[in-house]
Design a protein around this ligand. Structure first.
Ligand code: NAP
Length: 301
């Protein structure tokens, strides 16, 4: 098996690359940065620039599947220009890749593409699964809709098309954990508003294993990529602060503060999403990290 990975140099991608190589899955990867072509030992890097319609078609050599993770970070002020970047780096990139696969007559068995849980509605009581049809009404939800539509257009050319709606990924290399721990170095933790909003998190090793599980078992459809035990934002901060030494108190920071600093983007900090992982479990996937404490202790040990 040889998989072509986009966004392979990122937080999730670099872990998937490592785990693929350990399982004897060979990897070609596409990067938009020429300086990263040799950055992942053991696999072959190829340059692309979807915005300028550039791709090194040698990236298709011997591949039978694709993992798609490309996308500019959503953690930037949502100006008109940045919104275009966030959308195009996901949708235009996928459409461009699909067109090049067709043009070069490449045979693909499966594609597994990233998506997010951000389009589920906000609720403090309801648990959302993959059958949920209601969507939140904001920018990121629109991005996710177009992103998943672009992924589904691969159904024309791939036998198996799967989407992973990823939750908050916990890793020592960045993301939500680093941001939550930052103020703790000064003796306090921060939670958002009431702290009652649900956060559906997942350990980096489990999200990587979910992508590989879907690939190996040729699964199709949508799967939530979240751990079995989501927590509220307050509980989440409290567990982390209890593992870190010398965190003396937790401070609620009001919504208005984040609104002034981050503008429209502050919404993502206050969405309450309790998301179910039952479907991926029923497909035979076993989580290594089921609760937050074990996950954090593993990551920071
Ligand atoms: N981490 C999370 O908690 C989380 C949660 C939900 C969804 N997701 C989604 O999962 C995917 C991977 O997440 P991640 O945390 O690994 O993200 P990441 O660390 O930001 O990596 C994303 C990769 O996308 C590529 N990229 C950046 N700008 C691009 C552009 N303009 N056009 C094409 N490719 C571009 C980059 O690779 P090159 O520089 O090599 O091209 C980058 O390494 C993302 O789409 C993200 O939105 C992540």
């Amino acid at each position: 098996m040889r998989v072509l990975i986009t966004g392979a140099t990122g937080l999730i991608g670099s872990r998937i690359v490592k785990d693929c190589l350990e399982r004897d899955i060979k990897v070609n990867f596409l990067t938009t940065r020429k300086d990263k072509l040799d950055s992942l030992p053991g696999c072959d890097g190829f340059y692309w620039n979807p915005q300028k319609n550039i791709i090194d078609i040698d990236c298709f050599n011997e591949i039978d599947s694709i993992i798609n993770l490309s996308g500019a970070s959503i953690f930037r002020i949502w100006t008109k220009k940045n919104k275009e970047l966030i959308l195009n780096s996901r949708v235009q990139s996928l459409n461009f890749l699909r067109d090049k696969i067709i043009e070069n007559n490449v045979k693909i068995n499966c594609i597994v593409s990233a998506s997010g849980i951000g389009s589920y509605p906000s609720s403090d009581i309801h648990e959302f699964d993959e059958t949920e049809l209601n969507r939140s009404n904001y920018f990121l939800s629109d991005v996710i809709k177009e992103w998943e539509k672009a992924t589904n257009s691969f159904k024309k050319i791939a036998e198996n098309t799967a989407i992973v709606r990823i939750g908050l990924v916990l890793s020592d290399r960045g993301g939500v954990l680093k941001q939550t721990m930052q103020p703790m170095s000064f003796g306090f933790g921060v939670y958002f508003g009431s702290g009652n909003q649900w956060q559906s998190w997942i350990h980096i090793e489990d999200i990587s294993n979910i992508f590989i599980h879907i690939l190996k078992n040729r699964l199709s459809g949508i799967y939530n990529g979240v751990a079995p035990n989501p927590l509220t934002n307050f509980q989440f901060t409290k567990v982390i602060s209890s593992i870190r030494k010398y965190v003396f108190f937790l401070i609620p920071v009001p919504k208005l503060f984040f609104k002034l600093i981050f503008g429209e983007m502050h919404i993502i900090l206050f969405k309450s999403q309790k998301v179910s992982c039952k479907k991926i479990q029923e497909s035979g996937f076993n989580f290594k990290f089921q609760n937050l404490r074990n996950s954090i202790e593993d990551i920071i040990s």
